[in-house]
Design a protein around this ligand. Structure first.
Ligand code: ACO
Length: 333
């Protein structure tokens, strides 16, 4: 069974309420029908009901039991505005501004998840990553004990002996442009937890660099080395090692030469990149050149799951991201 089949099966075990903030968007409407038909989640579409139903008719989509909530006519609007104002008043928010902001479907949907009126949020088919993540960071914030939200990809590389028969997790490929050493350590820990809970893996986390165990001297290398030390102090129980070059991380014979005795080198199944340039480029290289399936970006670290879509996403992508979000909501990751 492949990774997505397992996620679909888990999602069906305990269906969660997933809010789709771009309810008027055509691929989202089509995905909603598939999600409900397969019992992957209970879908809540946010948007104008008449427009959503008209589009559904045109697309020949049966929305069945899909709930539709229009922020403009919602009886929760005042309550959400008050809560949002309280959350942000020390950042200069006024009640008047809050009342306007929560009418925005993404802010409204984020408030729903914050207040338990939905279990998870998926958006991004027509909005940028920042448009979705900023309200999430302001309203839902990080889970207890987690200091940073980051984004990972589950990579499934065909005919590949690395990781778990070609299954690896790459992070952070989506959120933090230039994490500090401490932030990088926390990204590594979050990703190790994700590997366990979402992928059923025994995580072996490589902190990637262009140096292995001090083979190069540079402040960029220092950041990764310090991050590894911090991660060890925070979670000595996890197998996290660095700094490691990519070949030392995944190839046994290189690991024996460059990082002998490492519990991770040569066996890494979680790759933590030093910054967003390398992470984002890295996953796309593997996706394109190795023809790998790249599932994500999936966010980790939020108190309740929030996930972004690519603006080029397909209907199938939306369905899969909703299934992953539902499983995260079950696990609260
Ligand atoms: N984790 C936790 N909290 C965070 C994080 C984080 N990673 N980043 C920002 N915050 C907090 C801030 O402390 C701030 O809190 P406060 O307002 O309560 O004090 C709040 O979130 C908003 O922070 P800002 O600094 O105002 O937000 P910013 O403008 O930096 O936006 C964002 C954050 C959207 C995540 C930004 O870093 C970003 O755009 N990242 C890159 C996203 C991107 O373009 N990715 C590539 C595309 S995805 C792909 O190709 C797969």
């Amino acid at each position: 069974m492949n990774f997505m089949e397992e996620i679909w099966n888990k999602a069906k075990e305990e269906p969660k309420r997933i809010v789709l903030a771009e309810g008027e968007e055509e691929r989202t409407i089509q995905a909603a029908e598939i999600i409900m038909r397969n019992s992957l989640a209970t879908v809540i579409l946010v948007g104008n009901e008449a427009r959503i139903r008209e589009k559904a008719n045109t697309l020949d989509v049966n929305l069945g039991n899909v709930e539709i909530i229009d922020p403009e006519t919602s009886e929760k609007l005042d309550e959400y505005a008050q809560i949002f104002y309280e959350l942000r008043k020390n950042k200069g928010m006024t009640l008047e501004k809050a009342e306007k902001i929560v009418r925005d479907p993404i802010y409204y949907a984020t408030m729903m998840v914050k207040e338990g009126d939905g279990d998870g949020l998926v958006s991004g088919a027509i909005h940028t990553t920042g448009d979705l993540l900023r309200p999430g960071l302001q309203i839902v914030k990080t889970a207890p004990g987690v200091s940073i939200v980051s984004g990972f990809f589950v990579m499934m590389v065909p005919d590949c002996e690395y990781g778990e028969n070609g299954l690896l997790i790459f992070a952070d490929c989506a959120v933090n442009p230039n994490p500090t050493a401490e932030e990088l350590a926390n990204i590594a820990i979050s990703t190790a937890e994700t590997a366990k809970t979402l992928c059923n893996m025994e995580p072996k986390v490589a902190m990637l660099s262009f140096s292995t165990y001090g083979s190069a001297k540079h402040e960029l290398v220092d950041k990764v080395r310090i991050a590894t030390e911090i991660a060890h102090k925070l979670r000595p129980d996890l197998d996290i090692d660095g700094e490691l070059q990519l070949d030392a991380a995944i190839e046994e014979h290189v690991a024996r030469l460059k990082a002998p005795g490492s519990k991770v080198a040569g066996k890494a199944n979680v790759l933590v990149f030093p910054d967003l340039q390398t992470g984002n480029i890295g996953y796309k290289l593997v996706q394109r050149f190795a023809k790998a399936d790249a599932i994500g970006p999936i966010c980790q670290g939020f108190a309740k799951p929030i996930n972004d879509l690519s603006r080029g996403c397909s209907i199938e992508d939306i369905v899969n991201v909703v299934a992953v979000t539902a499983v995260q909501a079950q696990n609260r990751i």
